[in-house]
Design a protein around this ligand. Structure first.
Ligand SMILES: N[C@@H](CCC(=O)N[C@@H](CS)C(=O)NCC(=O)O)C(=O)O
Length: 216
């Protein structure tokens, strides 16, 4: 059976976990915590990041690569559209979510949760304020417009774009932040819809178990 290395509270590991749950692929889950990477982990993940998917000698140390691979291994249910432009747009939206969106939305989580509780460092509250004031509104305006009146970013089909767009907002909530439903109603409703999916519910249950094991 393949193994997914990582910890569900990482939005990138959560992406891979949700993909595995959506596809109904069986896997072992091995907890690997980013700042406590075992030395031998670099053999399968040269960047020392989570997640990493491993099946025997085969290893994929990146959430986007994992999701693309899973689609080939188990095409149904499809997490990418078949039509060329819709496919390209989903790949782009996944990239945007993994970079600009994640790097914005994850700042409150990193500063206010990871730093004090895991790194034992003071949060940089000025950084949180700056990102939330200068970057966050523009990012939200962009994703709100990309989603439009659709159920999911590609329309009726739930895709990797939706997984990537929704996962950072779980960490946003862990940092006591929430999307203003009056200003960005489509994204607020989208996040709620995504969280209600059984795949997200399973990933959130893993977070809960992890936090409980960490002592709260
Ligand atoms: N592009 C990678 C990013 C993975 C990533 O940045 N993971 C973080 C945890 S959320 C990590 O492992 N950070 C540890 C480090 O950068 O040393 C992916 O999509 O899997």
């Amino acid at each position: 059976m393949p193994t997914l290395h990582g910890v569900s509270v990482s939005p990138f590991a959560r992406k891979a976990l949700v993909g595995l749950f959506e596809k109904g692929i069986e896997f072992d889950h091995k907890i690997v915590i980013p700042n406590k990477i075992p030395e031998d982990y670099y053999a399968i993940s040269p960047l020392g990041k989570v997640p990493c998917f491993q099946d025997g000698d085969f290893a994929l140390p990146d959430s986007s690569a994992i999701l693309a691979y899973l689609e080939k291994v188990k095409p149904e249910p499809a997490l990418y559209p078949a039509e060329a432009q819709a496919y390209g747009r989903v790949v782009w939206l996944e990239e945007y979510a993994d970079t600009k969106l994640a790097m914005t939305v994850l700042v409150p989580f990193f500063e206010n949760v990871v730093k004090p509780s895991i790194l034992k460092k003071e949060p940089d509250t000025a950084r949180v304020k700056k990102v939330m004031t200068e970057d966050y509104p523009g990012v939200m305006d962009y994703v709100e417009a990309q989603l439009g009146d659709k159920t999911w970013f590609a329309g009726d089909q739930f895709t990797v774009a939706d997984i990537a767009m929704a996962t950072p907002f779980v960490n946003f909530q862990y940092a006591q932040q929430s999307v203003d439903a009056e200003r960005w109603p489509k994204m607020a409703a989208f996040i709620q819809r995504a969280m209600e999916r059984p795949s997200f519910q399973k990933a959130l249950a893993l977070d809960k178990a992890f936090f409980a094991a960490m002592g709260g």
